[in-house]
Design a protein around this ligand. Structure first.
Ligand code: GUN
Length: 292
């Protein structure tokens, strides 16, 4: 078994981006500027957003973090989105999900200017992705494809099972893997809460992508010998041995599955850093497109 080290791969991408940004700035370009909107105090979301801000600093992007209490109204949030859409200084921005229940996530996503939607969640970007038109690719699926590509994992002709059909991971990723691209050309099965005989289906997979947010869901008896395992899960579970009292757990029973598979992503340090690397790639691309 080999670890698919997302931390190292994302660092290589960030190093490349830093060189590219330094070069653009020397040539007179503006500094790419990413803004992140965070609502509430959820520990996981705060960690992710802080990591995004830190990545900007490392690469030489400007960043702005805009925080709201979880009592913020939908109208206030929409007003901020319109302000960011119209602010020429901002090249791209994200609204960290999930949002509190009183706010309609789809309405918020659709209010973002597709040309600044560096998360790639707007219907216009998702539709363009479907048709192979230039667009911002959704950050986590794009990061997973890049992780496989840079680590020499062949996808063409492989049977791939994606577990989970979320708008931001499972659904777009299943499309991207099926497309006539490299990486891609997989035969994809998307399994979800209503799927019959999940175990039987997952057992046939050459590549398993688990994105359901259920710690330890994929057990060793569901995994074919030599399969490639991508774990998107990041659930906080109580762990008294840790200083902060919790640990991040993936959707895969790592200890037992690792013995059977060819490659596996750790949690943390697998898919998470690759999502951030994709966001940085999209932000640089946005700056370049906006300043053409
Ligand atoms: N919540 C979980 N993953 C993501 C992501 O990639 N982008 C945003 N905006 N929110 C998320």
């Amino acid at each position: 078994m080999q670890l698919l080290d997302g931390k190292a791969t994302s660092q290589a991408i960030k190093d490349e981006l830093k060189l590219a940004v330094d070069k653009r700035i020397k040539e007179g370009s503006k500094t790419p500027h990413l803004a992140a909107v965070l609502v509430g105090n959820d520990g996981g979301s705060l960690t992710y957003v802080n990591a995004k801000v830190k990545a900007c600093e490392q690469i030489g992007f400007q960043s702005s973090l805009i925080r709201y209490d979880d009592t913020v109204t939908e109208a206030e949030l929409l007003a901020k989105i319109i302000e960011l859409n119209n602010d020429d200084e901002i090249d791209g921005f994200i609204v960290q999900l999930p949002l509190p229940n009183h706010i309609d996530e789809l309405k918020i996503t659709m209010a973002i200017d597709p040309d600044k939607d560096v998360d790639g969640f707007h219907p216009q970007n998702l539709g363009k992705m479907m048709l192979n038109l230039p667009s911002f690719l959704p950050a986590t699926p794009a990061g997973i494809l890049e992780l496989m590509k840079r680590n020499g994992i062949e996808t063409s002709g492989k049977d791939c099972v994606v577990i989970g059909r979320s708008n931001i991971v499972g659904m777009p990723l299943s499309i991207m893997l099926a497309k006539k691209n490299d990486p891609g050309n997989c035969t994809v099965t998307l399994v979800h809460s209503r799927t019959k005989n999940i175990k039987k289906k997952v057992l046939q997979a050459d590549i398993i992508i688990a994105a359901i947010g259920q710690p330890g869901f994929v057990t060793a008896d569901m995994v074919k010998e030599g399969a490639v395992i991508i774990d998107v899960g990041t659930t906080r579970v109580v762990d008294s041995s840790k200083k902060n009292g919790w640990a991040l757990k993936g959707d895969v029973d790592f200890a037992n599955v690792a013995e059977k598979c060819s490659y596996i992503t750790p949690v943390p340090g697998g898919v998470g850093p690759m999502t951030i690397a994709s966001l940085m790639i999209n932000t640089l691309q946005s700056m370049e497109l906006r300043n053409k």
